[in-house]
Design a protein around this ligand. Structure first.
Ligand code: FAD
Length: 361
């Protein structure tokens, strides 16, 4: 008998996890989620991501392993899609700011990922724009989230996963939602920031880091980011050109504990100005932000967690006293795409550990 599994959540974490678990053909899997690919909602972080591979995990932490182990699969996928060269600039004055801390590892000349991504090199002084003290360049990828999330869902369907809308108020309740009608052997919790309030989890170390982005049709011809701005400690500047006609994402900010779902129009103007200054080729020579062709201005909440992502198993007691095996996979902050495969591999291992005694019976 295949093991029955419910994956709660259909963001990049839930769909990647469901896909990896389904690929071995040993499990019967239902994905249940309030939001699905195609939805744009403040409770659904995944559509708002850039999403590119700019590692930020501190060297030697578990997150380093998650980012390191995700690169090979993203690189494999990118072989059929355009790869993207990216440059990251460092300003000495950004050390210690919110944005400077966020990107601290990314901006090191001796970063741990220099042997993970291709073509890593430290930029020479002559490559640096005015006001920049250092920088590196390497080959990254930029995921078109509007295509990638449905792609993941379709790969899940191909491997027999059943995908359904549903909302639960307690993680244990998810075990009752398997498409067979029988109680699931285990639940994988991929609910992102909602784990802050989800019954049976209520992880008070989760908090939002608000990100505002402007998606434009313009082509910057290079992806770039810089360690900070002169507009405030929690504002950022990055330009990510999404693959396959996905437009160009101009960002942004990292506003901790800010739940505001509506764009701030002043911030939109600051983002556009900073991005044109960083990548002048976004607009024809001599033009300013009036030459940006805007597709959408959006806001997403990164599911930050004080100690980093939670990928571990737990037995949770439900409201009626029933015990449910749960594997958590949430809290991926501003790096959920670049940890997605690494984290899902850990989930696969934990699921194997839980199911092993059952297999011996
Ligand atoms: P989510 O995408 O939030 O999905 C949660 C899922 O759980 C949803 O389907 C939701 O409906 C479901 N759910 C929640 N509660 C319940 C419930 N009670 N019942 C049923 N379903 C429920 N990452 C990168 O790697 N690279 C980037 O360049 C990047 N840029 C970003 C830029 C911005 C502006 C933002 C906001 C984020 C960025 N990120 C980036 C981070 C990335 O988007 C997130 O880490 C990732 O999307 C988190 O995915 P998730 O699947 O864990 O959560």
């Amino acid at each position: 008998m295949p093991a029955t599994i419910v994956v709660l959540g259909a963001g990049v974490s839930g769909l990647t996890t469901a896909l990896l678990l389904a690929r071995n053909g040993k499990h019967s899997i239902t994905v249940v989620a309030k939001h699905m690919p195609g939805d744009y909602d403040i409770e659904y972080a995944s559509p708002w991501a850039g999403a590119n591979y700019l590692p930020v995990a501190k060297r030697g932490t578990p997150s380093e392993g998650l980012e390191r182990n995700t690169w090979p699969e993203l690189a494999r996928l990118a072989e059929e899609l355009p790869e993207a060269d990216t440059v990251v600039y460092r300003r000495a004055k950004d050390a210690g700011t919110a944005t400077g801390d966020w990107f601290a590892e990314l901006h090191k000349d001796n970063a741990w990922f220099k042997d993970v991504v291709p073509n890593f090199r430290v930029l020479s002084k002559s490559d640096l724009p005015t006001g920049v003290d250092g920088g590196t360049s390497f080959t990254s990828v930029c995921i078109n989230t509007a295509l990638y999330l449905p792609y993941l869902a379709s790969q899940c369907l191909k491997h027999g996963v059943v995908i359904r809308r549903g909302v639960t108020s307690h993680i244990a309740e998810a075990a009752t939602l398997h498409h067979s009608g029988k109680p699931a052997d285990l639940v994988v919790n991929c609910t992102g920031l909602s784990s802050l309030r989800l019954g049976g989890v209520e992880d008070s170390t989760l908090y939002p880091a608000r990100g505002q982005v402007v998606i434009v049709r313009n082509d910057p011809q290079v992806m770039a980011s810089v360690s900070g701005t002169d507009d405030g400690s929690d504002e950022a500047t990055y330009v990510m050109h999404r693959a396959a006609g996905g437009g160009c994402v101009l960002g942004g900010c990292l506003q901790k504990d800010n739940w505001e779902s509506q764009p701030d129009p002043n911030l939109t103007v600051r983002i556009m100005k900073r991005c044109v200054a960083l990548c002048p080729k976004l607009v024809p020579e001599g033009k300013g932000i009036e030459a940006l062709d805007v597709v959408r201005v959006g806001v997403g909440l990164r599911p930050m967690r004080k100690e980093g992502p939670r990928v571990e198993r737990e037995v949770v007691r439900g409201p009626s006293g029933e015990e449910v095996n749960v594997v958590h996979n949430y809290g991926h902050g501003g790096y959920g795409y670049q940890t997605s495969y690494g984290a899902s591999q850990v989930v696969e291992k934990l699921v194997g550990e839980i199911l092993q005694p059952k297999a011996r019976l």
